[in-house]
Design a binder for this molecule. Structure first.
Ligand code: TYM
Length: 349
């Protein structure tokens, strides 16, 4: 039996609950999720199992998980339209990860750019989980027969790996043939969905590095929960260059490109309009405008976030409903893969 064809194309994506989400997570990923809710069958998980692939604080994990879920909703994910759940609440994620581990070549994982970057930061403390991170991510996606996976640019390589595992290691080895001799895949092969704008938001302190939750310098990122005064301070201190006028696409001026891009997105004016309006503007005039646009864009998110955190019972009930729906889909896929790989079916009581 192959993947069922859903009435609407499926979408799955997730964010790690490691500290407050930042403008990159929002503009590169979550903003895109919101737009897909009406046309697609959407699943969004808080990937807490991924969050323990680097040393973590057990006293913070549950709280960060709730914060991240509340931020999804605050950013416009509608629990009536989407399935919102916590990855570790649906055990097939870990189980499928194991099955995929056993067919994924080690050297596919060793060449992952994010692994190499993160491993350097961990020094002697690199866990097997960090290397395995993209296989768990493949399990997340493949369990839901996702057609599309909306992510930022940095996840492109992980998506290619998920496709290779599905196609070359599962479908090619364990897929069957139907009565007409056509091959029947076990797993759906997903496509990445990476937006042209916002897919790579850069650090405020270095326009050549991406904005990241793990940068030790908090001034490098604006989080979705930063109060207006802090946003003002961070933008005031953001790296600039001595050139007058802002522009897109000049490789010598990554900060101008990044901050002008942030302004285009948060003000809602679009790139052409802001490129024209800011072409001869100095940084001193530009920065307060950017600050106002970011503060205003985050205001409704922060208001809705505060409401969801006040209604924690409602938040937990969204996650319970999400867990039930997600488990239903995930268990069926896991069973399909177990069967294709030749496991003894689980006895039914
Ligand atoms: P995470 O938590 O690191 O990032 C979450 C999402 O935010 C995007 N992103 C960015 N986009 C633009 N500019 C940036 N500076 C920036 N930084 C992060 C990421 O591309 C991502 O879309 N491995 C995933 C989490 C994951 C996942 C999945 C995603 C686990 N399972 C299944 C999709 C499907 C990650 O990077 O998380």
């Amino acid at each position: 039996m192959g993947p069922p064809s859903a009435a609407r194309p499926r979408v799955l994506s997730g964010v790690q609950p490691t500290g407050a989400l930042h403008l990159g997570n929002w503009l590169g990923a979550i903003r895109n999720w919101v737009d897909l809710q009406n046309s697609h069958d959407t699943f969004f998980c808080v990937v807490d199992l991924h969050a323990i692939t680097v040393p973590h604080d057990p006293g913070q994990l549950a709280e960060n998980t709730l914060t991240t879920a509340a931020l999804y909703l605050a950013c416009g994910i509608d629990p009536e339209a989407s399935t919102v759940f916590v990855q570790s609440h649906v055990s097939p994620h870990s189980e499928l990860c194991w099955l995929l581990n056993c067919v994924t070549p080690l050297n596919w994982l060793e060449r992952m750019i994010q692994f190499k970057e993160k491993a350097v930061k961990q020094g002697d403390n690199v866990s097997a989980g960090l290397l395995d991170y993209p296989v768990l991510m493949a399990a997340d996606i493949l369990l839901y027969d996702a057609d599309l996976v909306p992510v930022g640019e940095d996840q492109k390589q992980h998506l290619e790996l998920a496709r290779d595992i599905a196609q070359q290691r599962i479908n090619a080895r364990f897929g069957g043939r139907d009565a007409a001799g056509e091959s029947t895949p076990v797993l759906k092969v997903p496509e990445p969905l990476i937006l042209k704008e916002g897919a790579r938001v850069m650090s405020l302190t270095d326009g050549r590095n991406k904005m990241s939750k793990s940068d030790p310098n908090e001034g490098s990122r604006i989080t979705l929960l930063d109060p207006p005064e802090l946003i003002r301070k961070k933008i005031k201190r953001a790296k600039t260059d001595p050139v007058m006028g802002l522009e897109f696409g000049n490789p010598e001026r990554p900060e101008a490109d990044n901050l002008l891009g942030l302004y285009a997105l948060t003000s809602g004016q679009g790139r052409e309009t802001v490129a024209e309006a800011c072409a001869s503007m100095g940084w001193g005039a530009f920065k307060p405008m950017l600050t106002d646009a970011v503060v205003e864009a985050l205001r409704p998110i922060q208001e809705r976030y505060a409401q969801w955190r006040q209604e924690e019972a409602a938040l937990r009930s969204v996650l319970l409903q999400g867990q039930e729906l997600a488990a239903h889909v995930a268990e069926a896929t896991l069973e399909r893969v177990r069967e294709a790989m030749g496991f003894l079916p689980r006895p039914r009581g």
